[in-house]
Design a protein. Sequence first.
Length: 104
Amino acid sequence: MTAALDRKASAVLVFNLTELTTMADYFVLTTANSDRQARAIADAIVERIGSPLSVEGLQIARWILMDYGDVVFHVFQEEARRFYALERLWGDAQNETGRFAASS
Protein backbone atom coordinates (compact mmCIF):
# COMPACT_ATOMS: atom_id res chain seq x y z
CA MET A 1 0.00 0.00 0.00
CA THR A 2 2.85 2.38 0.83
CA ALA A 3 4.40 1.82 -2.61
CA ALA A 4 1.16 2.93 -4.28
CA LEU A 5 0.78 5.94 -2.01
CA ASP A 6 4.38 6.96 -2.71
CA ARG A 7 3.34 7.34 -6.37
CA LYS A 8 0.29 9.43 -5.39
CA ALA A 9 -2.32 6.68 -5.86
CA SER A 10 -5.75 7.77 -4.69
CA ALA A 11 -8.80 6.00 -3.28
CA VAL A 12 -6.72 3.10 -1.96
CA LEU A 13 -8.83 0.30 -0.47
CA VAL A 14 -7.78 -3.04 1.02
CA PHE A 15 -10.38 -5.82 1.12
CA ASN A 16 -9.98 -9.02 3.14
CA LEU A 17 -11.46 -11.83 1.03
CA THR A 18 -10.54 -14.79 3.23
CA GLU A 19 -14.15 -15.50 4.20
CA LEU A 20 -15.48 -15.10 0.64
CA THR A 21 -13.13 -16.83 -1.80
CA THR A 22 -10.00 -18.93 -2.15
CA MET A 23 -8.62 -16.95 -5.12
CA ALA A 24 -6.78 -14.45 -2.88
CA ASP A 25 -6.71 -13.28 0.71
CA TYR A 26 -6.60 -9.55 -0.12
CA PHE A 27 -7.50 -7.22 -2.97
CA VAL A 28 -5.81 -3.83 -2.99
CA LEU A 29 -7.58 -1.27 -5.19
CA THR A 30 -5.90 1.97 -6.23
CA THR A 31 -6.70 4.76 -8.66
CA ALA A 32 -4.29 6.59 -10.98
CA ASN A 33 -4.90 9.80 -12.92
CA SER A 34 -3.21 8.61 -16.13
CA ASP A 35 -1.66 5.61 -17.85
CA ARG A 36 1.78 6.94 -16.94
CA GLN A 37 0.86 7.17 -13.25
CA ALA A 38 -0.74 3.70 -13.33
CA ARG A 39 2.51 2.22 -14.67
CA ALA A 40 4.52 4.15 -12.07
CA ILE A 41 2.32 2.73 -9.30
CA ALA A 42 2.74 -0.79 -10.71
CA ASP A 43 6.51 -0.30 -10.96
CA ALA A 44 6.66 0.93 -7.35
CA ILE A 45 4.77 -2.16 -6.17
CA VAL A 46 7.25 -4.41 -8.01
CA GLU A 47 10.19 -2.48 -6.53
CA ARG A 48 8.76 -2.89 -3.02
CA ILE A 49 7.44 -6.48 -3.17
CA GLY A 50 9.15 -8.11 -6.14
CA SER A 51 7.85 -9.62 -9.35
CA PRO A 52 4.24 -10.80 -9.29
CA LEU A 53 3.13 -14.26 -10.41
CA SER A 54 1.34 -12.56 -13.30
CA VAL A 55 0.47 -9.11 -14.60
CA GLU A 56 -2.34 -8.07 -16.93
CA GLY A 57 -3.08 -4.71 -18.54
CA LEU A 58 0.33 -3.08 -18.23
CA GLN A 59 0.49 -1.97 -21.86
CA ILE A 60 -2.79 -0.04 -21.97
CA ALA A 61 -2.76 0.71 -18.21
CA ARG A 62 -6.47 1.39 -17.78
CA TRP A 63 -6.63 -1.52 -15.32
CA ILE A 64 -3.42 -3.20 -14.25
CA LEU A 65 -3.90 -6.43 -12.33
CA MET A 66 -0.90 -7.75 -10.40
CA ASP A 67 -1.29 -11.22 -8.89
CA TYR A 68 0.96 -12.04 -5.94
CA GLY A 69 -0.97 -15.16 -4.95
CA ASP A 70 -2.46 -14.17 -1.60
CA VAL A 71 -2.64 -10.49 -2.57
CA VAL A 72 -3.93 -9.06 -5.86
CA PHE A 73 -3.31 -5.40 -6.69
CA HIS A 74 -5.70 -3.56 -9.00
CA VAL A 75 -4.37 -0.27 -10.38
CA PHE A 76 -7.21 1.51 -12.16
CA GLN A 77 -7.64 4.72 -14.03
CA GLU A 78 -10.74 6.51 -12.71
CA GLU A 79 -13.09 5.63 -15.57
CA ALA A 80 -12.20 1.92 -15.47
CA ARG A 81 -12.60 1.80 -11.70
CA ARG A 82 -16.10 3.27 -11.93
CA PHE A 83 -17.02 0.90 -14.78
CA TYR A 84 -15.83 -2.33 -13.13
CA ALA A 85 -16.94 -1.28 -9.63
CA LEU A 86 -15.06 -3.96 -7.70
CA GLU A 87 -16.10 -2.25 -4.47
CA ARG A 88 -19.69 -3.26 -5.24
CA LEU A 89 -18.77 -6.72 -6.50
CA TRP A 90 -16.83 -7.48 -3.31
CA GLY A 91 -19.06 -5.38 -1.04
CA ASP A 92 -19.36 -8.21 1.49
CA ALA A 93 -15.59 -8.24 2.03
CA GLN A 94 -14.11 -6.75 5.18
CA ASN A 95 -12.55 -3.35 4.44
CA GLU A 96 -9.14 -3.36 6.16
CA THR A 97 -7.75 -0.19 4.65
CA GLY A 98 -7.38 1.48 8.05
CA ARG A 99 -5.40 -1.42 9.48
CA PHE A 100 -2.89 -1.33 6.63
CA ALA A 101 -2.73 2.47 6.53
CA ALA A 102 -1.79 2.50 10.21
CA SER A 103 1.11 0.09 9.60
CA SER A 104 2.43 1.88 6.48
